[in-house]
Each structure stands twice: as structure tokens, then as C-alpha cells.
Design a protein around this ligand. Structure first.
Ligand SMILES: [Zn+2]
Length: 272
């Protein structure tokens, strides 16, 4: 973890420091090596929040992209008394959960129900096949095609990403995430240093919870743009807006198909 209580204050780990875990109130000690991100570890081995994924350098890196005051926020459910640590939670209550390990569907669902306003960020560097499968299929036009460029009007209409329509999502992403009820962000870069700025792993791919005849929609945006927008709070608004735009787009498509269908039926009636 990145934050512990020291004399009642939220504190980052510094060499030799001791603190208290804000969640379970047991003792934690600072781990400040040369190569790893400074963090706190429970003095005795214990499972703290039962939902907590075994914390890796990848988790620490992602949490550190965001302001300290948003990191590791304890969230309560007033009615059930349940409490959990959100990896990152904004002042407005938007939660990001960073998931490295595989997660059981029941646990995924209960976390989505608990946080509600959340996105997952999934480490796709844990299984080597994830990126192989992704790169093999994402460019193939029969499986995925870009339908809208994402532009920022205030920056000379600069294009910062794409919305991609995906026909066989199971050929591109880990199957276990396809049923999620919230947006799922796939990170293929992880801790890798990429020399080529055009490397596709510099982008995150955000699968939206919209399913139309098994077609799915994915936002492709650079990691730096994602982090910058998430930090100002505009990512959450952006994802919701894009979802609304897509719903409209899908409705229009349906209408066109229906009109075409009606015209054909009318034509057939006239002929018979
Ligand atoms: Zn603890």
C-alpha cells in the first residue's frame, strides 16, 4: 500500500518509518528500496481487505499516477456496514480498481455493485498470450474497425483516439471481463519501457458495457491522455458521453435497417 497512518495522518512511506494500516489498524513498515516504488507492508503476513489483489509494482505505478488524496480510499456502505479500500477514488466518488490477477466472476460482480461508479484497469502483461491474441486480431478489419475518431475541439480538433467497433470481442480480450457491467480498461504496456512511441501498447483500450448483437465498442486512447483526463475528472464524463453518442449511433443504425426492411416488404407485397 502507498498510504499508512502515522500519528493519525495519511502518510507516504519514508525510510525507517512505521505506521498503522488505515483499514485493519495493524502495524505496517516502510519499504523503500532503490528500484521499487516506496510502499508500506503489513508487519505480520495477513490478509487485510479480503478483496485486495496481491499488490504488485504495477498496482503501485498506476495508483501513483493519481493525486495522493485519491489513493487507497476506504469506502463504506452505510446500509450493510461493508467497507473496502478503493485503489483510486476521486472527490466525486469515481473509483478506479487496478486488477493484476484473475478474478472470480462473483467477486467482480460484488465489487461492481459496491463501487457502482467505477472502471476497471486490467494488467494484460501477466499472461503473455493476452497481447499476442490482441495484436493478431485488433487490426484485422473483419473483426474490428474504427468508427469514430475522438477529437478535442479546443486543441484544433486534434485526434486523440478512436472508437472501435469489435465483432468478436472474445478474440481480442480476456473472456472473463466481457460480462462486466462497467467500463474495463486493458493495459498492455504494464511496466514495459517502450522505445517506439507508435507502439500500440502506449494506448489503453476501454471496453464499454454496451452489447449490440454481440458487437462491442472500445475506446482507444493513449495512456498519457487517459491519465491526464482521469486526473482532471473529465475521463468519467467523457466515457459517459461516448456511451450516449454510441447509443444514439446504434439507434440510428437500427432505424436505417428497419426502414430498409419495411421498404423491401412493401416492394414484395406490390409484386405479389
Ligand atoms: Zn491492513
Amino acid at each position: 500500500m502507498l498510504i499508512a497512518e502515522v500519528n493519525g495522518e495519511r502518510c507516504k512511506a519514508t525510510k525507517g518509518a512505521k505506521g498503522i494500516c488505515p483499514y485493519c489498524k495493524s502495524e505496517v513498515i516502510a519499504k523503500c528500496g532503490e528500484h521499487k516504488i516506496a510502499h508500506w507492508a503489513h508487519k505480520s503476513r495477513k490478509v487485510c481487505d479480503t478483496w485486495h489483489d496481491k499488490e504488485t509494482e504495477w498496482h503501485l505505478m498506476w495508483k501513483n499516477y493519481f493525486p495522493e488524496s485519491w489513493q487507497e480510499i476506504i469506502k463504506y456502505d452505510q446500509t450493510t456496514g461493508e467497507k473496502h479500500i478503493a485503489d483510486v477514488c476521486t472527490e466525486k466518488g469515481f473509483t478506479l480498481e487496478f486488477q493484476h490477477s484473475a478474478i472470480k466472476p462473483e467477486e467482480r460482480r460484488s465489487r461492481e455493485a459496491f463501487y457502482r461508479n467505477m472502471n476497471w484497469v486490467v494488467d494484460c502483461t501477466r499472461c503473455k498470450n493476452d497481447f499476442k491474441r490482441f495484436i493478431k486480431n485488433i487490426d484485422s478489419s473483419s473483426i474490428a474497425r474504427a468508427i469514430f475518431p475522438i477529437r478535442i475541439p479546443s486543441l484544433n480538433n486534434m485526434q486523440i483516439g478512436n472508437i472501435i467497433e469489435v465483432y468478436y470481442p472474445e478474440d481480442i480480450f480476456q473472456k472473463s471481463w466481457l460480462d462486466s457491467s462497467v467500463p474495463v480498461i486493458f493495459d498492455f504496456k504494464g511496466l514495459n519501457q517502450l522505445d517506439n512511441t507508435n507502439d500500440i501498447r502506449n494506448f489503453i483500450f476501454c471496453l464499454l458495457p454496451l452489447n449490440v448483437n454481440s458487437k462491442r465498442y472500445v475506446i482507444q486512447i493513449s495512456i498519457s491522455n487517459f491519465v491526464a483526463n482521469a486526473k482532471t475528472g473529465s475521463w468519467e464524463i467523457f466515457v459517459n458521453n461516448q456511451t450516449d453518442i454510441l447509443k444514439q449511433f446504434i439507434e440510428n443504425q437500427k432505424r436505417v435497417i428497419q426502414q430498409y426492411g419495411t421498404r423491401n416488404t412493401r416492394h414484395r407485397i406490390m409484386l405479389s
